[in-house]
Design a protein around this ligand. Sequence first.
Ligand code: TRP
Length: 340
Amino acid sequence: MKKPVILTGDRPTGKLHLGHYVGSLKNRFILQEENKYNMFVFLADQQALTDHAKETEKIRESIGNVALDYLSVGLDPSKSTIFIQSQIPELAELTMYYMNLVSLARLERNPTVKTEIAQKGFGTSIPSGFLVYPISQAADITAFKANLVPVGNDQKPMIEQTREIVRSFNHTYQTDCLVEPEGIYPTSEGAGRLPGLDGNAKMSKSLGNGIYLSDDADTVRKKVMSMYTDPNHIKVEDPGQIEGNMVFHYLDIFGQEEDRAQIESMKEHYQRGGLGDVKTKRFLLDILERELSPIRERRLEYAKDMGEVFRMLEEGSQKARSVAAQTLSEVKSAMGINYF
Ligand code: TRP
C-alpha cells in the first residue's frame, strides 16, 4: 500500500526559533521517524517573496539558515524530501490553472490574509501575488497529492481553500486526479503558540523575544536569565505568581515526564514564597539545554559545509520536481490542454 503523503513548508524569512520547534519541527521529526509517511518539507521562498519582493538577499540567506535548522532537528534527506519551492516551476503553472477557479471575493475573505494585510500596512497597494498566495499554497499541497498537512491554526483557511480548489477542479474537469488534504492542527495548548520571553503572546523575530535554534549556549543562558516572571515577586521570600510567569509556562511546555514532580513542587514553593527566580530559571535552562545542545552540535557539523547543504536541497528539489511534473501532466490531460 502507498504511504500517506505529508507536506509542510516554512517561509524562509529568518531563522527558526523555539516556537517553531515546539509548534511543528519536533513533530515533523517524530512523524519522519515513524516511517509510515512519505514526507515532503519545503522552503516556501516564492511565498516569502509575495511580501518581501525587494529582500531577495534576506530570503537567500534564510534558505541556508532554515535548511540548517531542519537538519539540526533531525530532518534527514534520506528519509524526507527537502526542497525549495521556486525550483519547481510546475507549482507556478498549477497556480495559473487554479486561479481561474477562485473568485477575487473569495481571496479577499480569507481571514489570515486579511489579518496579514492589516499588519503589513500595505494600504491600497496590496501586491497581487500576496492576495493569491493561498492559491499557490494549494498548488504546493496538491502537486504532491498530500493527504496530511501539519500546520498552525492560522493556516486553517489555506487548507480550506485548497480543499475547495480540489473539489472544484475535480468537478469541473471530471477527474479525480487531485487529492483533498486534511490539516493536522496543534492539539495541546503548549503546542499552539509559544509566548515570547517577555510574556508577549507571540515569540517573533520582530519583537526580539525569542530563543533561536541557532543561538549559542551563552546567548540562551542570558535570554533565560532575562525572562519575564512575576513583577511583584521582588524579594525571595515574597509569594510569587505562576500565571503569566514565563519561566513556569516554559517549564510546563518543555518539561518531560521525569521533570513533572519537581516542576509541581517548585510551583508550590514559589507561590508560598522562598523560591527565587534565579533558581527557577537555572532549572529551566537545564531542561532547555538538554534539548538544544544536541541540535546545536548537529548544526555546527552541517554548517561546516554549506556546499553540501545546498547539494542536498538541489537533490531534494529534483526529486520533488518529478513528482510535481507527474501531477501537472495529469492536470493538463484532465483539462484537455495536452495538445501534442
Ligand atoms: N503559509 C505557510 C506559513 O506561513 C507556509 C506554507 C507555504 C505552507 N506553502 C505551504 C505550509 C504548504 C503547508 C503547506 O507557515
